[in-house]
Design a protein around this ligand. Structure first.
Ligand code: SF4
Length: 758
């Protein structure tokens, strides 16, 4: 029997190792080969564990695939199949025209944490290097850019300092703004096992909802949405008052302590408890647990990051670690859990509008020069101006400043805030290229040119998970139809634009070989990693070659369980971490008389983002058949609503119609809606029709977690109509009609141009 193919789960940033095996060898060549996934016991990060998403991912691989390039004149016209030659010509001609009319900043690419690192790297070389615009942003902007800027401000560089072994070693896990049990389930399983086996280990969860994570906590602090900084400063205040500090660490390894304590003085426990809506005794218990624990590990994800003060929240959390010296040692540290499977690789490859490969910054002239030299480009070729974030791209489209929009492996027509405005802006784009594995998606409705992308399992490349472990994702079958790897498309466009020298890659291993060289001497040094070595085992960075070993933060000989900053020498030039004191500003859009509820958004265990894959998997559809609105019984009673009654939720920007789920698991005055349902999967249930685009001024990550809404009960006829629509959709999860019918010019092909398993 052939050895299984080793790869990585393509969903979340936990990065579980998978083995893929043919399910049933078929002698009938007309039947598609089926595949099955199972946990890879040899993978150091997950040790054989997978959640339902990883276990079922292979079921989506042949569902509704886009097979060929498709082109249309306008958004009203049907797509026509075209050759790659025509498609690539279209792109290069259009780019040349835009460069002439609008300059380099008229081109915009929006990528994805679904990219492999090789895809990210080649895209940066094309857009930031060869075209000379930093207009590349990724959906990681919506997910973890506040973690990036928080690490950068506090520690001097991006890069989570912890590893998963810390989950087994901590005395106190402090989970804030993360429903880890549902969103990062394998991390949570590991932590929960440790918690169960060791009664002295404490689990504190901070979340306005009593999530599955909160339900097993020793202490659940159900704070009012947006009061995280007050809580964190309140804990800091008590630690300071009790003298529960690591004076030696503060003295030797930090700066800014005096300013920080000036801020903490304002956070008396009674004030904090009142603002956060929690008991003063609970605040004290949290602080006391932090003070008494030998090791404190904090975990966070979107609950802190997706905020108009996301960077301030992350820095406030890291400051508690600096105050108590809880960093750079086993079981301790501030650990950001990444959403996308390769958002970390994106950060390493420079895949956001303000960064360059190797944890470099666009604004730093030396960094730009280093990258220009490395890429063989003239000095000054990389623009000193940071690119537009995806949030800033929307007004740029509105003002006709974007001539070519290239979207790949992401679905902004569901995932961006203020969705009605977003869709109207996408409608204005003069030419949109949409590169994806699936069709239909909601964003395909706004595309002029569709490019079929090889997806998970059809291309070989690397991904980095939350604990900095790099895994080789091995292809186990050829791409469907004419699909191509994203990096191959970017490289081909680069060559056609006259940059043949820059894109001489024959394989993704060539791309990777070049990429790791640009990380030499940086915190994320990966010069000791190659595809060949990764074929044996995943490797955690930093992993420098012998020659660069002395530049890395941790040169332990073992290939796993490395922590950053074990010598308490941080990434600032003076080696000191910074206390970054912040006062709380509160929500960008608090509740008021007109919109009296705060709506928060989040994820469910089975679904992934906008359902592009999971919506096509029957088991997951069955687990989560429809969207809903969580509401506290007190609010439901006031509005005379019962469980399953339908309501219209309204914000200043849009509406959504949802059935109510009455539950005590949410605070009165706060509502929750899952973010997975776009217009393909439910009618009028998009949570982002309600959310606003206000973003953190530092990370520019939007506040997708909170907006002000009102709730209007729907009359019974409206309710029955809505219910019928949902039942119909639930029965036929993948048999949906594309937004715009696809017309094939070649009769022998599947008439819709997409491969369906049905
Ligand atoms: Fe995949 Fe994340 Fe589940 Fe692991 S925890 S199997 S990476 S979705």
């Amino acid at each position: 029997m052939a050895a299984p193919h080793k790869t990585l789960c393509p969903y979340c940033g936990v990065g579980c190792g998978l083995e893929v095996v043919p399910q049933r060898p078929s002698d009938d060549p007309t039947l598609p080969q089926r595949w099955q996934t199972r946990g890879d016991r040899a993978h150091p990060s997950s040790q054989g564990m997978v959640c339902v998403k990883g276990a079922t991912v292979a079921e989506s691989i042949d569902q509704d695939r886009l097979l060929y390039p498709m082109l249309r004149e306008s958004l009203d016209a049907p797509f026509e199949r075209v050759s790659w030659e025509v498609a690539l010509d279209q792109i290069t001609h259009r780019i040349r025209d835009v460069l002439e009319d609008l300059g380099p900043d008229g081109v915009y690419m929006y990528g994805s944490g679904q990219f492999q690192t090789e895809d990210y790297y080649v895209a940066q070389k094309l857009i930031k290097g060869c075209l000379g615009t930093n207009n590349f942003d990724a959906n990681s902007r919506l997910c973890m850019s506040s973690a990036v800027s928080g690490y950068l401000q506090s520690l001097g560089s991006d890069g989570p300092p912890c590893c998963y072994e810390d989950l087994d070693l901590t005395d106190c896990a402090f989970l804030i703004g993360t429903n880890t049990a549902e969103c990062h389930p394998i991390v949570f399983n590991r932590l929960r096992k440790h918690h169960k086996r060791n009664p002295h280990v404490k689990l504190i969860v901070v979340d306005p909802r009593r999530t599955e994570t909160a339900q097993v906590a020793d202490l659940h602090l159900a704070i009012r949405p947006g009061t995280d900084i007050t809580l964190l400063n309140g804990i800091g205040h008590l630690l300071l008052r009790w003298g529960a500090l690591d004076q030696g660490f503060i003295h030797q390894s930090t700066q800014g302590f005096a300013d920080y304590t000036d801020v903490l003085r304002h956070y008396e426990p009674s004030i904090v408890a009142e603002r956060c809506g929690i008991a003063e005794a609970d605040l004290e218990t949290a602080a006391r647990t932090w003070a008494k624990s030998q090791s404190v590990l904090s975990l966070w994800s979107m609950g802190l990051n997706q905020s108009s003060e996301g960077t301030a929240k992350v820095c406030s959390l890291i400051s508690l670690h600096l105050l108590t010296g809880q960093i750079g040692k086993p079981g301790a540290g501030p650990f950001s859990l990444t959403g996308q499977p390769n958002a970390m690789g994106g950060r390493e490859a420079g895949g956001l509008a303000h960064i360059l490969p190797g944890y470099r910054l666009v604004k730093n002239p030396q960094h730009r020069q280093e990258v220009e030299q490395f890429w063989g480009l003239p000095e000054g070729q990389i623009s000193p101006t940071r690119g537009l974030t995806i949030g800033e791209m929307i007004p740029a489209l509105e003002h006709d400043q974007v001539g070519l929009l290239w979207i790949a492996a992401t679905n902004p027509a569901v995932s961006l805030p203020d969705l009605n405005r977003t869709k109207a802006a996408l409608q204005r784009s003069p030419f949109t290229v949409y590169q994806d594995a699936y069709y239909p998606t909601e964003t395909a409705a706004y595309a002029h040119l569709l490019l079929p992308a090889a997806q998970w399992g059809e291309k070989t490349g690397t991904m980095t998970n939350s604990e900095r472990t790099v895994t080789l994702c091995q292809a186990f079958r050829p791409p469907v139809g004419e699909a191509r790897a994203d990096w191959e498309v970017f490289a081909e466009v680069g060559r056609r634009l006259g940059f043949a020298d820059q894109f001489q890659f024959a394989t993704s291993a060539d791309v990777h070989r070049e990429f790791v060289q640009i990380t030499q001497g940086r915190l994320c040094d990966m010069t000791g990693i190659s595809h060949e070595q990764l074929a044996t085992s995943p490797i955690q960075w930093p992993c420098p070659t012998q020659e660069t070993a002395d530049t890395a933060a941790d040169t332990a000989p073992d290939k796993h369980n490395k922590r950053l900053y074990t010598d308490h020498h941080f990434a600032y030039p003076d080696g000191r971490a910074r206390f970054m004191p912040y006062h709380e500003k509160g929500l960008a859009e608090p509740a008021d008389d007109r919109y009296p509820f705060v709506l928060t958004t989040g994820r469910l265990y089975g679904h992934w983002h906008t359902q592009t894959r999971t919506g096509r998997i029957a088991k997951i559809q069955k687990m989560h058949p429809q969207p809903f609105l969580e509401m506290h019984p007190r609010d439901a009673e006031r509005l005379q609503l019962a469980d399953q009654d339908w309501v219209e939720v309204r914000s200043a920007r849009g509406t959504a119609r949802l059935p109510v789920l009455v539950t005590k698991n949410i605070r009165p005055g706060t509502l929750f809606v899952p973010m997975h349902w776009g217009s393909l999967w439910a009618e009028d249930a998009e949570c982002n029709a309600l959310t606003h685009p206000e973003a953190c001024p530092i990370s520019l990550q939007p506040e997708l977690k909170a907006c002000a809404v009102q709730v209007v009960p729907l009359s019974p006829p409206d309710q029955s109509q809505s219910l019928a629509q949902v039942e119909e959709r639930t029965a036929l999860p993948v048999a949906m009609v594309p937004h715009n019918p696809v017309k094939s010019s070649e009769p022998e092909t599947h008439s819709s141009g997409v491969l369906s398993s049905s």
